[in-house]
Design a protein around this ligand. Sequence first.
Ligand code: TXA
Ligand code: MG
Length: 342
Amino acid sequence: MGGVRGSNFRFGQVMNCDIGSDIPRAAAIIRNGGLVGMPTETVYGLAANALDARAVARIFEAKQRPFFDPLIVHVADRHWMPRVVSEFPPLAQRMADRFWPGPLTLVLPRSSGIPDLVTSGLPSVGVRMPRHPLALQLLTQSGLPIAAPSANLFGRISPTTAQHVADQLGDRIDYILDGGSCDVGLESTVLKLDPRPCLLRPGGISLEELEAELGHVDIIPPTDHPSENDSATPQTAPGMLPQHYAPRTPLFLESGISARDSASRPSGRLGGLGFTTVPAGYAYSAQEILSPAGNLVTAAAGFFAALRRLDELSLDAIVAGEFPDQGLGRALNDRLRRAAYR
Ligand code: TXA
Ligand code: MG
């Protein structure tokens, strides 16, 4: 099947990776140890055979990702779980019954078939069943669990279209499956259940939805310095770096209540990013309002693409407003705080 070529207009390079919807071709690439840009309902993933350490190493190389940041493994069927985890306790099964396929990653004891590189040497592995039909078809046709981080360069804005993947990684992956724009638009929620429920990364399933099933869930803040110590302290989430999801343009987060002093006030050509309105008191050259009607689902779906559009305008700064701290707003605020961290 033919495909269009992903091209990188921004850096003026010629890219050499096809974009299309050829599942058999993508599945053959996965089976042969290659890399595929894979649509999921959350963000696009950079997919490789999770059981093949060499294929997984290519993910780290393509993303320029440090080895201490573990990958999420994707499965198409609950019957595949023994290939990935050594235990699937009843509470985890209940969460899978409720939220899979969908944007919930469960951190569980890893199976011996999962290479150390996938888990950064941790005894646990993050696993989820995505609900995008093309991701499920790719998994089923390759017949393999797939390791896939978000398909962006390490620390940068996550991709929510096939073209976003081509723009950053088109010269170093084998094929991009085009599944349209991601409907959730934010990464999966990462949840650890043992010894007690802990939210390691807020995401597409809200804390309220988790607490409706589990009662109180602890929230683990991003760690400053993920290290080997993380395996000794199971509450921490390796890879939850405080700076992440960042545009190249400096991003300032306005909390609404804390007016900036004039010395630290962003100036020059400014872009505004906000939920129902942009932060007041600035003259913007460009603005992105994510949901004038105040719908957090709509805002999440458009968030990374809006950030990317602003980042492409060579502005001096982006001024972003916080979201309400509830539902998907919590995950959006998490991404904004980490985009703003310098
Ligand atoms: O929505 C998603 O989860 C997307 C799509 C492609 O599925 N994937 C994704 O992967 O966001 P990535 O690599 O960008 O995020 C992986 C994060 C790690 O940084 C870490 O926070 C958490 O998942 N994680 C993975 N394995 C873990 C483990 N064994 N223990 C604790 N946290 C883990
Ligand atoms: Mg990521």
